[in-house]
Ligand binder design. Structure first.
Ligand code: ATP
Length: 373
């Protein structure tokens, strides 16, 4: 890919470094009584692509607005770039925000929109022009400089909003569902562009989304939020492969959740029979087991191994790349995905409605969740 020159001649990739954003014990209750954030602590590292992921109303935007300085927390501490942010107005913070609805000034052309922040800061005209040209080039909209927002497509407007934020060279860019209003194809394209841009500039991104696939694809780390709290904060692979709670397992991708109770040191009793698990469990405790659909192995021939269950094929959904099997055993439903690979491949099998087959649930793919069923 062609390397763009950065305005300050910065190097192209800032390695992920020390914490640039620190939240400790942050809570926020709105006037109506909603507790939007409940004792949230987290650190975002410099140069990181950090996502806040969660369902509508879980507090993502509130957290972003607190970082931007549009809201003050009721309690807790917010530190940005080593400085206590309490009482600091938005324009004094080394951050800029990009909104889902672009929030452009309708009466100004693209150039004036992008230049606005610099004009407010009384940046000299020469430098201002150079910086605006740099920002427009960065997001590939030099040719649109004279247009007004109503003469632009949604994707182009979001590029203007990005340029308007980047022109200030913030240390942290806050993005609130920036691709939410765009159609699927454009979203995919802009996801890649945003990732490249972040890598080139080395700016820290704090990115809000409720789209789990977007978060998995784009982020260095993800904080999954629920009802004002962080449910799990980790690398995308860790969150997908080892969800800490039933909520995370179900919010990210599809998961089979199976009620389980202690039956031995690494053995759990479930409605499907006894299942061996990879980690020790405690006497008398109840658990949930989570297994991803693609981790279940199906076979027509008996599999003489532990953790094998005889199941009936209840339904089959063909999605192109996969066959999704809805399975039933002992009143429990399971979903298993098999890759729709070449029929010539060894081991390739397709199953029929109502057929009884063997489902192997490998112990290493069973995630044991400490939650009462
Ligand atoms: P979405 O994905 O829908 O944007 P979100 O995760 O960003 O949701 P927030 O916008 O942070 O959630 O809202 C968290 C909670 O606080 C919600 O219950 C919301 O209704 C409430 N809330 C947000 N802003 C205000 C406000 N200005 N006054 C009162 N309640 C608010």
């Amino acid at each position: 890919m062609e390397q763009r020159r950065l305005f300050k001649g910065k190097r192209t990739r800032t390695p992920v470094g020390d914490a640039i954003v620190r939240l400790s014990g942050v809570s926020k209750r709105y006037a109506g009584g909603t507790l939007a954030l409940n004792d949230v602590s987290l650190e975002v590292r410099a140069g990181e692509f950090f996502s806040l992921l969660g369902p509508s109303g879980c507090g993502k935007t509130t957290l972003l607005r607190i970082l931007a300085g549009f809201e003050e927390p009721d309690s807790g501490r917010v530190e940005i770039a080593g400085v206590d942010a309490r009482g600091l107005p938005p324009y004094r913070r080394p951050v800029n925000m990009v909104f889902q609805n672009y929030a452009l000034f309708p009466h100004m052309n693209v150039c004036a929109n992008v230049a606005f922040g610099l004009r407010m800061k009384r940046v000299p005209e020469d430098e201002l022009r150079q910086r605006v040209a740099w920002a427009l080039e960065l997001v590939d909209i030099e040719q649109l400089a004279q247009r007004r927002p109503h003469e632009l497509s949604g994707g182009q407007r979001q590029r203007v909003a990005l340029a308007r934020a980047l022109v200030n060279e913030p240390e942290v860019l806050l993005l609130d569902e920036p691709l939410g209003a765009l159609d699927y194809k454009l979203r995919k394209q802009l996801q890649v562009e945003l990732m490249n841009l972040q890598e080139e500039l080395g700016i820290t991104f704090v990115y809000v989304t409720h789209d789990q696939e977007e978060a998995l694809v784009m982020s260095d780390r993800i904080a999954v939020m629920r009802a004002g709290r962080i449910e799990q904060l980790d690398f995308p692979e860790a969150i997908y492969e080892r969800p800490a709670t039933a909520f995370v397992a179900q919010f990210l991708g599809t998961s089979n959740l199976i009620r389980a109770a202690y039956a031995g040191e690494r053995l759990l009793q479930t409605p499907l029979g006894k299942l061996r698990v990879a980690r020790p469990v405690k006497t008398g405790e109840r658990y949930l087991i989570s297994i991803r659909p693609e981790k279940i192995r199906l076979s027509r021939e008996p599999i003489h191994r532990e953790n094998t269950v005889r199941v009936r094929v209840d339904d089959i959904i063909y999605t192109g790349a996969e066959n999704q099997y809805l399975l039933e055993a002992a009143g429990t439903e399971l979903v298993a995905y098999t890759l729709n690979s070449d029929i010539q491949e060894p081991g390739f099998e397709e199953f029929d409605y109502d057929e009884y087959v063997y489902a192997h649930l490998p112990a290493e793919n069973l995630v044991v969740i400490d939650e009462p069923a």
